[in-house]
Design a protein. Structure first.
Length: 340
C-alpha cells in the first residue's frame, strides 16, 4: 500500500469516532463565500452547521445511466455533506467503464482535493485509481465495489455488501412462498448486480432464472420482461435490481397477463407508493443518500482530522434493510423529499 495515500494506516479509527470528530470541528451559523448556501438549500436542509475549514473540491464520479433516479438520491446526500463541509462538489457520471475512468482522470488533472468513485467494473478503474494515488489525491469508494476497494487501494468504502443483500433477498422469497423467480439484470458486467442475483440464487430454495435487459432503453426492458413472462407462465416472482425497473416490471406483468409478483432492490418515491398500493411486495434499501453523504464527508474528515472510517480495513455498510407494507409509511415520508 502506498504510504502517501494512506498516511495513517496503522491507526484504527471507528466510524463513530470519526463522526464525533466532525461534530467537534463544525461551527454553527458560518457560511462559505462560494455557493455553499445554495447547495445546502438544495440538500433538504440536512446540514445544521458549516465548517470553517478551507474550501475543498471533491469529485464524485459514478456509473449512473441516463434516467436512473437512484443516483439523484446519492447526489443529494453528497450535496448535503458538501454544503456542511465547505466543499465544492463536482459530479459526473457515465455507465461506460472506460468513460468513467476518463472522468476520474479529468478530476486528477483538475487537481481536486479528493475523489469518490463507484466500482461497478473494478478492472477498468484500477489504473486511474493508481494515478490518483501517485498524485496524492485520496480516493474513497461507494455503492459498488465492496469486494474490490481494498485491492485497488481506496481509503474507505461506503455501501452495501451485494452478496449479503442478495442472500437476504433469497431468504425473503422463501418466506413468501415463491417457487420460480426471474432476476432481471439491467447492465451486463456490473459486478454488484451480478452479486445480487448470485446471492438470491444461493439462498432461494426455488428456481432462479437470469434475464438480461438493456437498462438504458426502458421500452426494451418492458418488452423483454413481458416476453419472458409469456414464455414461462410458472414464474411467480420478478426480481429487479433498481426501482425504475421494478415499476416497469409491474407493467410487464399486466401486459403478459401473468400472476407473478414484483420485488426489488432499491427505492425511490414512486416505488414506496407502489409498495403502499400493493403493486410491489417489498424492496431492499441500501440507503443511497447515506452513501453519498458519508463518501464526501469522509474526504473532509481525512483532510482536516486524519480520520478514516473502518480503519481502512472494513467497509461501512449502509444496508440491506427490507421495506414492505409494515414499515413503508415511515420511509415514504423521507422518500417524498427525495432522500430515501
Amino acid at each position: 500500500m502506498d504510504r502517501t495515500f494512506h498516511p495513517r494506516r496503522s491507526r484504527r479509527i471507528a466510524p463513530l469516532v470519526a463522526l464525533a470528530a466532525a461534530s467537534a470541528l463544525l461551527v454553527a451559523g458560518c457560511s462559505s463565500s462560494s455557493g455553499g448556501k445554495k447547495a445546502e438549500e438544495q440538500s433538504s436542509g440536512a446540514a445544521a452547521g458549516k465548517a470553517t475549514t478551507p474550501r475543498m473540491t471533491v469529485a464524485l464520479v459514478t456509473h449512473q445511466a441516463p434516467g436512473d433516479t437512484f443516483w439523484d438520491i446519492v447526489r443529494k446526500g453528497a450535496e448535503a455533506a458538501a454544503a456542511k463541509d465547505n466543499i465544492k462538489l463536482v459530479y459526473s457520471s457515465d455507465p461506460n467503464a472506460g468513460n468513467q475512468a476518463n472522468l476520474v482522470q479529468n478530476a486528477i488533472d483538475q487537481k481536486v482535493d479528493g475523489i469518490a468513485i463507484t466500482l461497478a467494473k473494478p478492472d477498468a478503474m484500477k489504473d486511474v485509481v493508481g494515478k490518483a494515488a501517485q498524485a496524492g489525491i485520496p480516493v474513497v469508494g461507494l455503492n459498488s465495489g465492496v469486494s474490490d476497494w481494498k485491492k485497488l487501494g481506496l481509503l474507505e468504502f461506503f455501501g452495501q455488501d451485494e452478496g449479503v443483500a442478495g442472500e437476504a433477498f433469497g431468504k425473503k422469497l422463501n418466506e413468501v412462498g415463491a417457487k420460480n423467480a426471474v432476476c432481471v439484470i439491467q447492465e451486463q458486467g456490473n459486478v454488484g448486480l451480478t452479486q445480487r442475483c448470485d446471492g438470491v440464487k444461493k439462498t432461494f430454495s426455488g428456481k432462479t432464472q437470469i434475464l438480461y435487459v438493456n437498462g438504458t432503453d426502458m421500452p426494451s426492458v418492458k418488452s423483454t420482461i413481458t416476453a419472458k413472462l409469456k414464455q414461462d407462465s410458472s414464474i411467480d416472482y420478478v426480481v429487479t435490481l433498481g426501482a425504475p425497473y421494478a415499476l416497469t416490471a409491474v407493467q410487464s406483468v399486466g401486459d403478459a397477463g401473468s400472476k407473478a409478483k414484483v420485488a426489488t432492490f432499491d427505492l425511490n418515491k414512486d416505488l414506496t407508493n407502489a409498495i403502499q398500493k400493493g403493486d410491489i411486495q417489498f424492496a431492499v434499501d441500501q440507503q443511497p443518500y447515506l452513501q453519498g453523504y458519508l463518501a464526501v464527508d469522509s474526504l473532509w474528515l481525512e483532510k482536516n482530522n486524519g480520520n478514516y472510517s473502518g480503519g481502512g480495513e472494513q467497509p461501512v455498510l449502509t444496508g440491506p434493510a427490507f421495506v414492505d407494507k409494515s414499515n413503508v409509511g415511515t420511509v415514504a415520508a423521507f422518500a417524498a423529499k427525495g432522500t430515501r
